[in-house]
Design a protein around this ligand. Structure first.
Ligand SMILES: CC(C)CCC[C@@H](C)[C@H]1CC[C@H]2[C@@H]3CC=C4C[C@@H](O)CC[C@]4(C)[C@H]3CC[C@]12C
Length: 320
């Protein structure tokens, strides 16, 4: 009897009854008992009138939910094989998006040759493609953007922190990234958990990425977990000279949260332009061409009144 009452009431009444006064709770329990009395056919966890094959919507609490029969935690090795595959898949999908020439429209065009295009994919998702030339070889850029990915926050104030959580092999890793509070400005701070995969073909280096999951790092309290990818940065030697590269960067991001599309669609290409500007500064500094930047690494929580903070906000505000 008692298990039946619990089964009957746990789907709807239990969460309610927790916040109820004693008398109401007793009434519900009594109704439950009466119902249970009538449902004589309760077997296998649901009443006889319940359609065959349809699961009874009374389930144990999520944290108590056992893994399905025969289901087990994947071994470390299996998890790594799956992650390598996810990285390769991300690369394939991202390259396919970039290779389709149709439907790209110019969003931003700068005098230095930088252009950001955007395109709406089937399913209404908007993606962005940045193209620019940079003063560094593809090899150097690979070193800065992939091998030394954890150092990125020291030269790019849009990024709060990047940590390599799993280095699977030289080509694949899992990273956790936190954007700076000011990065997307009106969008707010985000965190990402991504599988990153590097592939080389001829003189071309591709850095692909896609959102992934790790049992060891579920979404963090207080952060909106955004999803990056399938995305890819292609680095290839530029025609204009040695030690110069052409960068093609597909940004394909779901920033999550409730935000007007118009704000997201302006913040994302802006974030790409900002990122490239910081990368150029980093390259110029490394080659000793310019004086060191005045601004060193900024803290994640930039105070209001900060020039950079208002920089992007102003631009977005003006464009709205
Ligand atoms: C608009 C708001 C929400 C986000 C703004 C910050 C964005 C532009 C930042 C946050 C995390 C960043 C990514 C972190 C790590 C990598 C891996 C590296 O190999 C290439 C660059 C890449 C892919 C960065 C691209 C820029 C990035 C996506």
């Amino acid at each position: 009897m008692l298990p039946a009452v619990v089964k009957l009431s746990c789907g709807i009444t239990y969460p309610l009854s927790r916040g109820m006064a004693g008398l109401q709770r007793t009434t519900i329990a009594a109704v439950g008992r009466k119902l249970a009395h009538h449902q004589t056919g309760i077997q296998a966890g649901h009443p006889s009138w319940w359609p065959r094959g349809l699961p009874w919507p009374c389930r144990p609490a999520a944290r108590e939910a056992p893994r399905g029969r025969g289901e087990r935690r994947p071994s470390l090795q299996e998890e790594e094989v799956a992650l390598v595959q996810q990285g390769q898949e991300a690369l394939k999908t991202a390259l396919a998006i970039l290779e389709d020439q149709s439907g790209w429209k110019t969003e931003i065009s700068e005098e230095n040759g930088l252009i950001v295009y955007s395109k709406v994919l089937p399913g209404a998702k908007r993606v962005f493609r940045l193209e620019a030339e940079l003063d560094a070889s593809p090899e150097e850029l690979h070193d800065i953007l992939f091998v030394k990915v954890e150092d990125m926050s020291s030269w790019n104030p849009s990024i709060g922190r990047i940590k390599i959580l799993r280095q699977i092999n030289a080509e694949t890793m899992v990273t956790h990234e936190v954007s700076a509070e000011t990065a997307g400005n009106l969008i707010g701070q985000r965190d990402f958990l991504s599988v990153r995969h590097c592939s080389r073909e001829d003189s071309r280096i591709c850095l692909a990425g896609a959102a992934t999951q790790l049992e060891s790092l579920p979404p963090q309290n207080g952060f909106v977990r955004a999803e990056d990818g399938p995305t890819c940065i292609i680095l290839e030697a530029a025609d204009s000279g040695r030690d110069r590269s052409r960068i093609t960067w597909l940004l394909n991001m779901d920033v999550k949260g409730w935000l007007p599309k118009s704000i997201v669609n302006q913040a994302l290409p802006r974030a790409q332009v900002d990122f490239t500007r910081y990368l150029r500064q980093r390259l110029a500094e490394a080659s000793g061409v310019t004086a060191p930047r005045q601004e060193r690494r900024r803290s994640v929580n930039v105070e209001l009144g900060d020039e950079w903070h208002f920089g992007t906000a102003g631009r977005i505000g003006a464009a709205l």
